[in-house]
Write a protein that binds this ligand. Structure first.
Ligand SMILES: CC(C)(COP(=O)(O)OP(=O)(O)OC[C@H]1O[C@@H](n2cnc3c(N)ncnc32)[C@H](O)[C@@H]1OP(=O)(O)O)[C@@H](O)C(=O)NCCC(=O)NCCS
Length: 177
């Protein structure tokens, strides 16, 4: 990633660029992009929300990550809470920095950009741990999360709007970067 710079991202200003990356990396329809756009902009009103971007020398955005301190009243937390309670890991919802999205453009993957985005964002967190959800399959994302110290807290977590079940993972900070 010699020519790629990872640094703070004004995600509200670059939301369309970021969602274009996400659409390619994760596979989003135009309709889903529209829905995500509202969700991202709403998340960014949370005072603890932070984002990092990966950009080329010409300023093209090729990856991004964002997250915020967990808030038990927010939708994501209320969905995962009973699953964590069932595995005795519910305490991970307190004093935890949530990774909401992490995506790297397919043409720029496997260059340690995802790793740099995730370790960089969590390095700025004051919370002692981090949690996230990922599709419950052996994906590149899951391999990256495991490598950085995230472990499974609950599996087969069903989000009402999602086609596939998710895994919730947690890691103590700082990550094994
Ligand atoms: C997950 C994602 C962000 C990783 O970004 P990336 O820049 O390609 O990842 P990195 O190059 O930093 O990979 C770091 C580590 O992750 C693991 N990893 C990454 N890609 C992998 C793959 N295809 N297969 C297996 N392990 C992989 C490896 O352990 C790698 O470490 P190594 O280089 O020492 O072997 C990227 O694959 C992506 O955008 N995927 C689609 C969107 C997505 O699933 N986002 C997460 C939603 S939960």
């Amino acid at each position: 990633m010699d020519d790629i710079v990872v640094g703070p991202l004004d995600l509200a200003a670059r939301v369309d660029d970021a969602l274009a990356v996400q659409a390619l990396a994760f596979g989003l329809s135009a309709e889903e992009v529209g829905v995500r756009r509202h969700i991202v902009l709403r998340h960014l009103t949370n005072p603890g929300a932070r984002a990092l971007g990966a950009t080329t020398p010409s300023g093209r955005l090729v990856g991004f990550v964002y997250g915020m301190p967990n808030d038990r009243t927010q939708w994501w937390s209320t969905v995962v809470e009973p699953y964590l309670r069932a595995t005795g890991t519910e305490g991970w919802l307190d004093e935890s920095f949530v990774i909401t999205e992490l995506h790297v453009h397919p043409a720029f993957q496997n260059r340690h950009i995802g790793r740099a985005l995730l370790t960089g964002l969590t390095a700025g967190a004051s919370e002692p741990r981090s949690i996230l959800s990922a599709i419950d399959t052996e994906s590149p994302a899951r391999a990256l999360y495991r490598k950085l110290g995230y472990r499974d807290l609950a599996r087969q977590v069903v989000f009402p709007s999602a086609a596939s079940p998710y895994v919730v993972m947690g890691a103590t900070l700082p990550l094994h970067g």
